[in-house]
Design a protein around this ligand. Structure first.
Ligand SMILES: [Zn+2]
Length: 86
């Protein structure tokens, strides 16, 4: 059974350190959205694999994006916004 383990578990790495061109910025909610749950919670570092340095920046940028209404605080709020903009 040489090929028994075809799928190795996803290796965790910091996406922002791995790809220097990936902007960590509140103006890019499309990227920040990968690091928050459907309910708007910031996903823990141990799950995403983001390094401590980037996680701190990420948290700050997500909070900024929320203030700028680029991201949502909660799901309820998101649907409310969607309804208004559609
Ligand atoms: Zn990093």
């Amino acid at each position: 059974m040489a090929f028994k383990k075809r799928f190795t578990p996803r290796k965790k790495f910091c996406r922002f350190c791995a790809d220097k061109s990936l902007p960590l910025d509140y103006k890019r909610p499309d990227i920040l959205r990968d690091f928050i749950t459907e309910r708007g919670k910031i996903i823990a570092r141990r799950i995403t694999g983001t390094c401590a340095k980037c996680q701190r920046r990420l948290t700050r940028e997500i909070k900024r994006a929320r203030q700028m209404a680029l991201l949502y605080y909660t799901t309820t709020h998101a649907t409310y916004v969607k309804k208004r903009t559609v």
